[in-house]
Design a protein around this ligand. Structure first.
Ligand code: F6P
Length: 533
């Protein structure tokens, strides 16, 4: 049904096009030659507008990339995902996070999904009313997908969180993480949510046990109080019950950890923003699902972004992509995307286990603008590597500080402009440089002060950051990751690469008590000795 990208005619055409035109493509010339470029390379999707025109693509590259998508069978593969076929072949599982946000009756498992959703949102709305419930602190204990998605969304939707409710996220097995939060808690006012798809993850179980111990050590707290102050979100309902948690919201193995914020794992989001807003988040994601499922590939935003990602990774050989959300609420988006993209597509064999002859996931990284500008943007503008940047601008702010918002947006536009336009040494020479050392050779100084330009970027624009637009934005990223994975012919839904480290940590653990270093390599043995002594 699917063909690997390097075995298509379009791949050969792309290689030829890259050599003839792609390598030396110049954005500035492209805009001069084609006044319609910005309009032609823009795309509207639900809640998200994308300006793709500052990317190193021309009409021919886009045509060959779209041919590639067709030849690789992106549409049948996408349809297979939505239809619940077991496309996660190595684990024999369907990939149905889209079913979690489908309206009642519109997708597989609707009764189960809406049954849990209704119960979870009813519970969240009761707990969220602090005057009635007495709950003022929610502590989500989870890691990876059981932490990053909810944490990112709660941060993004902060204006919807009641002022009297403090949301905390504890993930690291490093006890500093939990103790930092516990210092601020009052047991009577605290709800712990233990979030783990498997309910076996070392970090989460260790923190959950420590939290329970702390809770029971607080004055007046007994085992009976656990029922009111602990909830679990998991596919392993039995393990949660064995742990002593009676309030449990379940989900299913066809929901991948990094795709799970729409499931019961979203409980902290619902607690923070309420049931109605959680439903709006799901509705935004569903609108993007429809866009991905129904829009022709040439206007399908997740597909277009994925094709440009592949063009950069496999032909331009760019090793990373920087995400710069110009909205403080999206501060955790880059961390969330790191798991989504790198755990999904950081693979070196195809679906049949064959070694790949081309690169897959880039490194995804970033910080909110304008903070990043004062940290690493220097490298983006003048460093030796080209890093495509993804700007996210939000037209309307949720605060009344009009002056700051206009400055924020001006900075966002200025950065993509500067990356593209650059500044020649001649232009730099013609300028005054008040902070330059007196007597420093002016021509040499102009080299330091010049910018190569022609550095690519994409700008995504939201009208406002709301539960609905956030849902659409996240689903856009999910489908983009799906599409690049499908083009590369890999399974984006397993994560065997995290297993080895987990197993070795479990084997090392008893050696900290015993000191036994037999069979260890000399480096690990010496480090073990140093850390124990
Ligand atoms: O890091 C591997 C991983 O399995 C992630 O995919 C997952 O999100 C995370 O661990 C947490 O797993 P769980 O929700 O089962 O605790």
């Amino acid at each position: 049904m699917t063909t690997r990208c390097d075995r298509t005619q379009a791949w050969t055409a792309l290689a030829g096009h890259y050599r003839a035109h792609g390598r030396d493509f110049d954005l500035r010339d492209a805009f001069t030659r084609d006044p319609g470029r910005a309009a032609a390379l823009s795309c509207e999707a639900p809640e998200v507008f994308a300006d793709l025109s500052k990317n190193l693509v021309d009409v021919a590259a886009m045509k060959f990339l779209l041919d590639l998508a067709h030849e690789c069978g992106i549409e049948p593969r996408r349809d297979a995902m939505f239809a619940g076929e077991p496309i996660n072949a190595t684990e024999g599982r369907a990939v149905l996070h889209s079913a979690l946000r489908a309206p009642r009756g519109a997708a597989a498992f609707s009764d189960e999904v809406h049954g849990v959703l209704d119960a979870m949102l009813a519970y969240a709305d009761v707990q969220r009313d602090g005057t009635a419930s007495g709950i003022r602190h929610v502590v989500n204990i989870g890691i990876g997908g059981s932490d990053l998605g909810p944490q990112m969304a709660v941060t993004a939707l902060e204006p919807w969180v009641p002022t009297g409710l403090q949301m905390h996220f504890v993930s690291n097995v490093d006890g500093h993480d939990l103790t930092r939060v516990m210092r601020r808690l009052n047991a009577r006012e605290t709800l712990f949510v233990v979030a783990s798809k498997t309910f076996t993850t070392q970090e989460t179980m260790t923190n959950a046990m420590a939290a329970r111990q702390w809770f029971l050590a607080q004055e007046g707290m007994t085992q009976a109080d656990i029922a009111r102050h602990f909830a679990a979100t998991t596919t392993n309902v039995r393990a949660a019950a064995e742990f002593g948690i009676t309030t449990t919201f379940g989900f299913w193995d066809w929901v991948g950890g990094r795709y799970s914020l729409w499931s019961a794992i979203g409980l902290p989001i619902a607690l923070a923003v309420g049931g109605t807003n959680f439903r709006a988040l799901l509705a935004g994601a569903h609108a993007m699902d429809r866009h991905f499922a129904e829009t022709p590939l040439a206007r399908n935003l997740p597909v277009l972004l994925a094709l440009i990602d592949l063009w950069y990774r496999n032909f331009h050989h760019f090793g990373s992509r920087s995400v710069a959300p110009y909205h403080q609420g999206l501060a955790r988006l880059p961390a969330y995307l790191q798991q989504l993209e790198m755990e999904s597509n950081g693979k070196r064999v195809d679906m049949h286990g064959e070694l790949l002859p081309y690169a897959t996931s880039p490194v995804v990284w970033g910080e909110p603008g304008t903070n990043g500008q004062h940290a690493y943007f220097q490298m983006l503008h003048q460093g030796t590597d080209v890093v495509p940047v993804e700007f996210i601008a939000v037209k309307h702010a949720q605060h009344g500080l009009a002056d700051s918002h206009t400055k924020l947006l001006a900075n966002c536009l200025a950065q993509s402009q500067a990356l593209m336009l650059g500044k020649s040494a001649d232009e730099a020479l013609a300028e005054s440089a008040p902070t330059a050392a007196a007597g420093y050779d002016r021509a040499r100084l102009a080299q330091h002060r010049s910018f190569p330009g022609n550095r690519p970027s994409t700008t995504l624009v939201l009208d406002r950051l709301t539960p609905r637009s956030l849902g659409a934005l996240i689903a856009l990223y999910e489908h983009r990751v799906f599409t690049t994975g499908a083009l590369w012919g890999i399974n984006s839904f397993d994560q065997w690469g995290v297993e080895l480290g987990k197993a070795l940590a479990n084997r090392l653990l008893p050696r900290f008590a015993s000191g036994d270093a037999s069979g260890l390599d000399a480096s690990t043995a010496a480090l073990l000795a140093r850390l124990r002594s």
